[in-house]
Design a protein around this ligand. Structure first.
Ligand SMILES: C[S@@+](CC[C@H](N)C(=O)[O-])C[C@H]1O[C@@H](n2cnc3c(N)ncnc32)[C@H](O)[C@@H]1O
Length: 485
């Protein structure tokens, strides 16, 4: 529910008001508020009043505070984000997904029997649950026995909590049929709760598209067959959107699909993709050979530029130039840690990481599992006793759909280092997928035990900036899912 807004003149006259606004826009991407001081100042004013804070400088200090800043940033973000969404929003897109995208993906993945979909900026979950309903109702038989994941991510923790509950009001069904509403949900008063069969395989995770590293295989943000990032980038500063588009591109497998909002389509922005039209919808397909790999060999595919360059800017002649530029920005982009970095000399394990393991990770993150597997074979020959090499070998095997090899490599990694927390975590997920509930729970509990007492904002070395806090949350989410099933 959106509240009545009162402009706060006193606040906009505060000399630190601009700094608060800049900090919040930089960290969330929400440049939408650049020219909306009435709205922005009243949201901030309400937060300050609730906390008894009188001036912007004190509020900015709170946002920067190592221990309390993150919670306040979340609380303010919950006020600022616009979570408008509903089931089957822009029906033509879902028709195209049903008629063209899914049949193609099912055919292509028939051997590995795996399908990975990401709803980035999923708001209250209507979009990922729409996909789940579509998959199970129209493709249930074909997908029997498949490993299907639909991941919803958002920056608004309140919305993510609603996603987890799977509860919706009538307004969320304004574009869906009554039949669908009644058969996929249970009703209690005015609340409609998604049935368990449509919850299965739908995961939710906190993720800030502007601040967090992605692709990242470590926390499951890579190698998607289909990504929906609709009506999200429209609120962002246009200057950062090309970088995000490149990152989304890298999160797709070859020939993977991207859907954006109807007002977000652009020939120049998506020039590295193939635009595919269907009645009333445009989706983008990643070219089969074009993959951007930061820090790996550069892309060589030339993609024709169809429309004219943005006024005053030279348009790059090929996708390689654009994406390579974005790669540099990605490498420089902020990571998970919001707290200032402190010296953490003791965090690194005793074994040293071969330089090329970072390359394996980069290859993996953009879905090139063949090259990553080759890199792993070389590393295994040289470093058989390095648990991290076995851990990455497991990730590669997992991406290639080799379940037994994945499990064996994770076991070796844990055997070599019982404290290898990421190996325990992924082992838990593998066991969860296998249906070994008790063993999965034990592994995930091991993760929580190993993380116990560690600082939330500490960052895992060599793990795409993943923090202790983020892994703790992911682990708890999976434990909750296990308890529900
Ligand atoms: C208008 S909703 C779109 C919901 C859905 N994709 C749809 O089209 O129906 C925009 C969502 O983007 C989320 N969002 C805004 N900034 C974000 C960021 N930096 N990272 C991730 N999500 C963000 C908001 O919290 C909100 O839930």
């Amino acid at each position: 529910m959106r509240l009545e807004l009162a402009p706060s003149c006193a606040m906009t006259n505060d000399s630190t008001y601009g700094d608060v606004k800049r900090y919040v826009i930089d960290s969330t991407g929400l440049a939408y508020y650049l020219d909306k001081d009435v709205e922005f100042s009243s949201h901030v004013g309400r937060r300050m009043a609730a906390l008894g804070i009188a001036d912007c400088n004190a509020y900015l200090n709170l946002l920067h505070d190592v221990s309390a800043g993150e919670a306040e940033h979340d609380a303010l973000t919950e006020c600022l984000t616009i979570g408008e969404t509903f089931f089957f929003r822009h029906q033509e897109v879902f028709d195209m997904i049903r008629d063209q995208v899914l049949p193609e993906l099912i055919e292509r993945n028939r051997q590995h029997k795996r399908l990975r979909i990401w709803s980035a900026g999923c708001a209250n979950g209507a979009e990922p649950y729409t996909l789940s309903i579509l998959l199970r109702r129209d493709f249930g038989e074909q997908l029997a026995g498949w490993d299907v994941t639909i991941l919803g991510t958002d920056i608004n923790r309140d919305s993510l909590a609603q996603c987890q509950r799977g509860e919706f009001g009538n307004w969320a069904f304004r574009s869906a049929s009554h039949d669908l509403q009644r058969s996929c949900f249970t009703q209690s008063d005015q609340i409609w709760t998604i049935k368990d069969e449509y919850r299965r395989g739908v995961l939710f995770q906190y993720h800030n598209l502007v601040q967090h590293q992605f692709p990242s295989l470590i926390d499951g943000l890579s190698a998607f067959d289909l990504i929906l990032c609709r009506n999200v980038m429209i609120y962002f500063n246009p200057a950062i959107v090309p970088r995000l588009v490149a990152q989304l591109y890298n999160c797709l497998v070859d020939s993977g699909w991207l859907a954006v909002g109807p007002t977000e389509t652009s020939v120049s922005l998506f020039r590295a993709f193939q635009a595919i039209n269907s009645a009333g919808a445009v989706l983008y397909r990643k070219g089969p050979q074009a993959a951007l790999t930061p820090g790996w060999s550069p892309l060589s595919t030339t993609v024709p530029v169809v429309d004219s360059p943005v006024a005053g800017k030279a348009a790059p002649r090929d996708a390689a130039a654009m994406l390579a530029r974005c790669a540099t920005e990605i490498a420089a982009s902020k990571r998970y840690a919001r707290a200032p970095q402190r010296d953490r000399p003791s965090q690194r394990p005793a074994y040293s990481l071969p330089a090329t393991l970072a390359d394996v990770r980069a290859k993996l993150n953009c879905g090139d599992s063949e090259a990553a597997a080759e890199g792993c074979r070389m590393l295994l020959a040289a470093e058989r006793l390095n648990p991290l090499v076995h851990f990455y070998h497991a990730l590669v095997s997992e991406q290639q759909g080799h379940q037994a090899e994945t499990e064996a490599a994770l076991r070796r990694s844990i055997y070599l280092d019982r404290n290898c927390v990421l190996a325990h975590y992924h082992f838990g997920l593998v066991l969860q997928r296998k249906g070994d509930r008790q063993a999965a729970e034990r592994s995930l509990q091991n993760v929580l035990a190993l993380l116990h007492g560690r600082d939330e904002s500490d960052v895992f070395p060599d793990a795409d900036g993943l923090t202790i806090g983020a892994l703790r949350q992911l682990t708890k989410m999976h434990l909750e899912i296990l308890n529900r099933t």
